[in-house]
Design a protein around this ligand. Sequence first.
Ligand code: PRP
Length: 219
Amino acid sequence: MTPKPATVIPRVRSRPVPARWQGEVEHVLFSDRQIARRVRELATEIEAEFQDRELVIVSLLNGTVMFLADLIRHLSLPLRLDFMGVSSYGAGTESGELVYTKELRLDVRGRDVLLVDDILDTGRTLHKVLAKLRALKPRRIKTCVLLDKVARRVEKVQADFVGFPIPDHFVVGYGLDYAERYRNLPFVGVLHPRMYQTGADAAVIAGRPAKKPGTRKSA
Ligand code: PRP
């Protein structure tokens, strides 16, 4: 019998949606265990890239909350941490009009920067934030996203470190929201279409109308 190569990773079967979220979440895309394992791997890849150089991590609010917390606890290189708040408001979901709700405070000039986001979708956010950061003259910038929805790309942008490429589904959990909800789910799941087909009802949060399905930004 031919022995199994050590590199073959056994396929993890999709876990059932926890009872509390059944009816809202269609299925689990990545379980907490799958995410934890991949985040550890990402940390190893990032450490190999930056060696022992001090890093400035720039994390985009709000979706990176869980990913970032898990990622940095596996990084043992010296680092400093800062956040940028970015949102798109106004009419036209896909307008790409970004509003900065929090500006960077750390000086990144001449520094090694790792830009962290939860999901790369159309690429508009990363494209614009990268341009803004590059103008601050860092030594180099690398990007890291947990999820990459390749099929929806509008801007020519790629992440250097990707947790999981995903199909074009509306995903929530592990920091990702729908109308600010579901960020607390410990897994990444596909939102049931009925949650955004039943009108803009509850989705209006602080004057921000619901996101259109398939888009991360507010309409
Ligand atoms: C989400 C996500 C990314 C962006 C990706 O942000 O966090 O920053 O959309 O979309 P893009 O590639 O099409 O630009 P969102 O505005 O939903 O804010 P949030 O992080 O607070 O959820």
